[in-house]
Design a binder for this molecule. Structure first.
Ligand SMILES: Nc1nc2c(ncn2[C@@H]2O[C@H](COP(=O)(O)OP(=O)(O)OP(=O)(O)O)[C@@H](O)[C@H]2O)c(=O)[nH]1
Ligand SMILES: [Mg+2]
Length: 281
């Protein structure tokens, strides 16, 4: 199985530290992205759930398709959806966590998850302080740090990916900003695959240009590039830049709300003809 090309030292160290401190914690909070609750699950969570209670938070509720999100909330136990930017959903999460607080001291917990899902933003909301650094790039938090306030001692942790994952598993993460595009061959490739995926799922409204049936996704990306001003000499399109702009608009929700997965459906990337998942290696 090909290894992930993005597993820097801080991920390995973060994983080790979480395992070292876990016995001292009362509960773990796992953050996933509500737009892909299966694919954005932490590779560590199965092991953690054997030794500690886990509460799951689906962030980016504001950017998720509300009907599909309802299905996920029915399916998953101990799971709360939240719009962390607007602090909506925090009171339910706090109430669920408080049940694990021992009488004699503050509640101790760690926030875990893959990169860029909103772990640090959730921590800040729970302690009512902007203490942990937040940023819209995967890999902002590079070490395990703890913060204390509002009756809680919370460990923030770096986003950790599965070092043994297939590169294809990172494709969906690259569309949401949870993995770097270079892991899947760059923005052009990530964007072409996203166009294929949206066409296959009939999510045409999320394309920035009109959908043309049977058009090659590479040509759709060219049209996107022309529309978004990614031209270079000779009137050609800078397809890497076009891909980056498209992925940025998609992941920031500017193209609309979305849920890339539905409970019980085939995994997100098994979408049709076999060449559909053939990403550049
Ligand atoms: N719209 C929206 N944006 C969110 C939400 N949660 C997090 N974000 C944004 O997602 C980005 C990442 O947030 P962080 O809290 O830094 O994510 P993280 O999981 O700590 O990321 P790493 O430290 O890199 O692993 C920031 O730009 C946040 O503002 C949410 O519920 N809705
Ligand atoms: Mg962080």
């Amino acid at each position: 199985m090909p290894r992930s090309v993005w597993y820097p030292g801080h991920m390995a160290k973060g994983k080790r530290v979480i395992h070292e401190i876990i016995s001292k914690l009362d509960v773990i909070v796992e953050v996933r992205d509500a737009r892909a609750p299966a694919s954005t699950s932490s590779p560590m969570i199965k092991g953690i759930a054997k030794v500690k209670p886990v509460i799951h938070v689906l962030s980016h509720k504001d950017l998720a398709d509300p009907e599909k999100l309802k299905l996920w909330l029915k399916e998953l136990k101990f799971t709360y959806a939240a719009d962390l930017r607007n602090k909506s959903g925090i009171s339910f999460i706090r109430a669920a966590l408080t049940k694990f607080r021992p009488e004699h001291r503050e509640l101790r917990l760690a926030v875990v998850g893959i990169p860029n899902v909103g772990k640090s933003l959730l921590l800040n909301a729970l302690i009512n302080k902007s203490s942990a650094v937040v940023g819209n790039l995967p890999g902002v938090t590079k070490s395990v740090n703890f913060y204390k306030n509002a009756g809680m001692l919370i460990f923030d942790s770096p986003g950790i990916l599965d070092p043994h994952a297939e590169k294809n598993a990172h494709l969906i993460l690259s569309w949401l900003g949870c993995a770097k595009a270079e892991v899947v061959g760059g923005f052009e490739n990530a964007a072409v695959m996203l166009i294929k995926f949206l066409a296959h799922k009939k999510l045409y409204a999320l394309l920035p240009v009109e959908y043309i049936p049977d058009e090659l996704p590479e040509l759709t990306l060219e049209r996107i590039g022309r529309k978004t001003g990614c031209l270079i000499s000779g009137g050609r399109v800078n397809t890497e830049l076009a891909g980056q702009k498209f992925i940025d608009s998609f992941s920031s929700g500017r193209l609309g709300t979305v849920c890339l997965e539905v409970p019980g459906e085939e995994p997100a990337l098994k979408f049709g003809d076999d060449e559909a998942v053939d990403v550049v290696r």
